[in-house]
Design a protein around this ligand. Structure first.
Ligand code: C5P
Length: 254
């Protein structure tokens, strides 16, 4: 799939070729019954294709690695072949694992040499704008080993003692100061060596990749995220995603 005769994306302002790994191997049970979440349609196009296009929209991204459901790599390959994607970007598909962490590791293992910056982007965040992707890459280029796009919270957050059974009242044990909290999105951006080391070293359960870099004792920085980079998790998120797409079509014929 790789084509060395293509011009490298020299529009990229400084060194640091960027690859994006998209974990798309989750079942998405919270979305209700049906196909794996990444393959569900949004505006008539699979969510995964939106996510792939969102990464490839950045001129700095020269390779996108999609981590497919373990038994769905062939299907994902034909899906990518069937949709128009930018010529300047290469694509690879690898089968995923049991956890998101394992899926990202399998994607990293498949990366060829020559990409110094790696983005990890949830297939479940199909609508992240390219400016957010570029802001993350830029912060890595400027020297941060790990970068997360993040937004302030609208809700106050409580820490609770989880109840034994679902629906039971849960004692509140703390209220962190809301102004210091951020909701973290993807793509998260990394110096490749740092991310590989984090995946080789950290074995505990994590919900994002930057958390693994924190466990190495390295600095992670947050840059402004975007409200359209929300994660499609529950049925209502699909309604919102369709509305965002409809608004884009109205505004710019997207
Ligand atoms: O489950 P969660 O919403 O946190 O999943 C985030 C992303 O990780 C999704 O894009 C999902 O497809 C992916 N994932 C994966 N492999 C798994 C579980 C989740 O690639 N085993």
């Amino acid at each position: 799939m790789s084509d060395d005769s293509r011009p490298s994306p020299s529009a990229a302002p400084s060194a640091g070729r960027t690859a994006a790994v998209i974990p798309a191997a989750g079942r998405g049970v919270r979305l209700g019954p049906g196909a794996p979440k990444a393959l569900r349609a949004l505006g008539g196009t699979p969510m995964l294709i939106h996510a792939v296009r969102a990464m490839a929209a950045s001129r700095a991204v020269s390779l996108v690695v999609v981590v497919a459901p373990p038994d769905g790599a062939a299907e994902v390959k034909s899906l990518l072949d069937a949709h128009a994607l930018p010529e300047r970007t290469d694509f690879l598909v690898v089968p995923g694992g049991q956890s998101r962490q394992e899926s990202v590791k399998l994607g990293l293992d498949a990366l060829p040499p020559g990409h110094d910056i790696v983005l990890v982007h949830d297939a479940a965040r199909p609508l992240v704008p390219v400016d957010t992707v570029d802001a993350v890459i830029e912060a890595v280029r400027e020297g941060a080993p790990a970068v997360v796009p993040a937004l302030p919270l609208a809700d106050t957050v409580k820490q609770v003692e989880p109840a034994g059974a679902p629906g039971e009242p849960e004692p509140v044990v703390a209220t962190p100061e809301r102004a210091r909290l951020r909701a973290v999105q993807t793509p998260q951006g990394f110096d490749r060596t740092t991310l590989v080391r984090a995946h080789e070293t950290v074995t505990g359960d994590v919900t994002d990749d930057a958390g693994m870099v924190e466990q190495l004792g390295l600095t992670v920085v947050a840059v402004p995220g975007h409200e359209e980079a929300f994660k499609v998790t529950r049925p209502l998120d699909l309604v919102l995603a369709e509305a965002v797409l409809a608004r884009r079509r109205l505004n710019d014929g997207f």
